[in-house]
Write a protein that binds this ligand. Structure first.
Ligand code: CA
Length: 234
């Protein structure tokens, strides 16, 4: 993988040092900040390829930093959280983080997530800007794979990278049910050891955007005990 610049915003010094070491060993350039204010300033001045952002930080917390960054760029953000209720906060506020990891995590897991995000970001940059190529159409929904754009009744949808990937994948395989772990493997592209909530969160976000009534989805269907599918007749 190409060398990337990663900004690590984490106030726990031991963790920050261990993470920097591991990321540098992967060949990345690592910038560190121990509080939210400095983190935001570095993100703006250094334009890193990825921000790893702890949630509980001095000065500005991770939520504020994430919101500020999202308002001005689509820079990939991986959130670190310590508690399950923080995950609820990230999900509930729809902050636009690309992914999150709950502490404690294994270094291997974190590096895998980082690699997956960077790979996707690289692909995104390399993607042709032309609108030509396969366009998937279903019930007012139009998804152009090469342009990485989705429209609903002609209006462009603002989708996070993984929301787009998930929607495109399910639409390409319309009618087929995929388990959460199968979706993690196919869409997120890494071996996922535990938390399949990531999939639920993204389905939830997508439903908010493409369902007339997100509480009663007609397109993204939950197949009880099995997983999710894009409704074949939609
Ligand atoms: Ca912290």
């Amino acid at each position: 993988m190409a060398r990337h610049t990663i900004l690590l915003v984490e106030d726990e010094e031991t963790l920050s040092r261990a993470l920097s070491y591991s990321l540098e060993r992967e060949g990345h350039r690592v910038l560190t900040a121990a509080d939210g204010e400095l983190g935001l300033a570095l993100a703006r001045s250094q334009r890193p390829d990825l921000v790893i952002l702890d949630l509980m930080l001095p000065k500005l917390d991770g939520l504020q930093v994430c919101r500020a960054l999202r308002a001005e760029s689509s820079i990939p953000i991986l959130m670190l959280t310590a508690r399950a209720d923080e995950v609820d906060k990230i999900v509930g506020l729809q902050l636009g983080a690309d992914d999150y990891v709950t502490k404690p995590f294994s270094m291997r897991e974190l590096l895998a997530r980082v690699a997956a995000i960077l790979r996707r970001a690289d692909l995104g940059h390399a993607a042709p800007t032309s609108h030509a190529g396969p366009v998937l159409v279903a019930d007012g929904l139009e998804v152009s794979i090469p342009a990485r754009q989705a429209k609903l009744h002609g209006a462009r949808l603002a989708l996070r990278p993984k929301e787009f990937d998930l929607l495109a994948f399910l639409l390409q395989n319309r009618g087929a049910v995929f388990s959460r772990s199968a979706l993690l493997e196919r869409v997120w592209g890494y071996d996922y050891a535990g938390d399949t909530r990531t999939v639920d969160v993204h389905i939830h976000w997508l439903r908010e955007k493409i369902e007339a009534n997100p509480a009663k989805p007609a397109r993204l269907i939950t197949s009880r005990g099995a997983g999710y599918k894009f409704e074949a007749s939609a």
